[in-house]
Write a protein that binds this ligand. Structure first.
Ligand code: PBG
Length: 321
């Protein structure tokens, strides 16, 4: 076997998996206000940006060769039903228009979920059923469709529902089609686990649940067969692309979903906690940041992901040269 590893050029020629800037989707956090870039302490290198600073930011992103961004909004006002998310003047709609006006040709993906917009921090409308507070699945489907159409009207190129409501893809597809957006693709967070790795994101997006947790809608990390059911349901409902999230602790799931749906493009989300761990260990001098980050991204792709949502997107493009 070592004959194939001897010459560096040959090593390149027999390499089975390659990373390229076109694999990456960069998450952006957009906040209300003006001329502010607020660093997110648990995610070094990332900030909440106001809409007026976006044009400059996306020009840099596009110049690195990154094809797509995914937007998360932090609105000025939160309420019980997340009204800002369905408002044509809401934070995400404004951000989409700003990016579309910037002159770049980036693909603009919007996260479709309510946890950043509700005062209780849950991903939909809360119901009190016999004294138990929980997210009302079908009431939430209606506002998810409205949110997706709001993003589409603002000019979004793709919507990515992340709330793990049953039937969300079908409801959003129906809403988009009825509003005339028949060509707008849906990237479904089909397989999203209830994960401790989302901690830094919840600081960044100010979206931590104010009571309870997300275990009645996000998946149990113990389950793999269930991931295949989730993926199959979303494909049947019309998902154009699937996602597995988080990525590194779920490489087996990425592999299985890709095998079960070889013809469906698969994204994996290298989430905030996965990013923060590498950053922290690198800062302490315990690991080599570039080496660990690129090896992790490569592993996600080797497992079966066609594209990766990652906070390392800009750095990785620079490292890959
Ligand atoms: C929910 C959402 C979450 C993330 C992306 N979309 C967090 C959650 O479910 O609480 C997490 C992403 C990350 O950790 O980087 N809209």
């Amino acid at each position: 076997m070592r004959r194939l590893r001897t010459h560096p050029r040959l090593r390149e020629m027999v390499r089975e998996t390659r990373l390229s800037p076109s694999d990456f989707i960069l998450p952006l956090f957009i906040r209300h206000g003006e001329n502010q870039r607020l660093p997110i302490s648990s995610m070094p290198g990332h900030s909440q940006l106001t809409v007026d600073l976006l044009a400059e930011e996306v020009k840099e992103i596009a110049s690195l060769g990154i094809p797509a961004v995914i937007l998360f909004g932090i609105p000025a006002e939160k309420d019980a039903v997340g009204s800002d998310a369905c408002d044509d003047q809401g934070i995400v709609a404004e951000a989409v228009r700003a990016i579309k006006a910037s002159g770049t040709d980036l693909l603009v993906i919007t996260d479709v979920c309510f946890c950043e917009f509700t005062d209780h921090g849950h991903c939909g409308i809360i119901n009190d059923r016999h004294g138990t507070l929980d997210v009302d699945n079908d009431a939430t489907l209606e506002i998810l469709a409205t949110q997706a159409v709001t993003h589409a009207r603002a000019g979004a190129d793709m919507v990515a529902p992340s709330g793990m409501m049953d039937g969300m893809v079908g409801a959003i597809r129906g809403g988009l089609d009825a509003a005339g957006f028949t060509n707008l693709p849906i990237l479904s967070y089909a397989v999203k686990y209830s994960s401790a790795f989302y901690g830094p994101f919840r600081d960044a997006a100010e979206s931590a649940p104010q009571f309870g947790d997300r275990r009645t809608y996000q998946m149990d990390p113990a389950n793999a067969g269930e991931a295949l059911r989730e993926a199959a349901l979303d494909v049947a409902e019309g998902a154009d692309l699937l996602m597995v999230k988080p990525a590194l602790a779920y490489l087996d799931i990425i592999h299985r979903v890709k095998q079960a749906h070889p013809g469906v493009p698969l994204a994996a989300y290298n989430v905030s906690g996965e990013y923060a761990m590498v950053k922290a260990a690198a800062e302490a001098g315990w690991i080599d940041e570039q080496g660990v980050a690129l090896e992790s991204l490569l592993a996600i792709k080797r497992a079966g992901a066609d594209m990766i949502l990652t906070y390392f997107a800009k750095d990785a493009c620079r490292w890959l040269g």
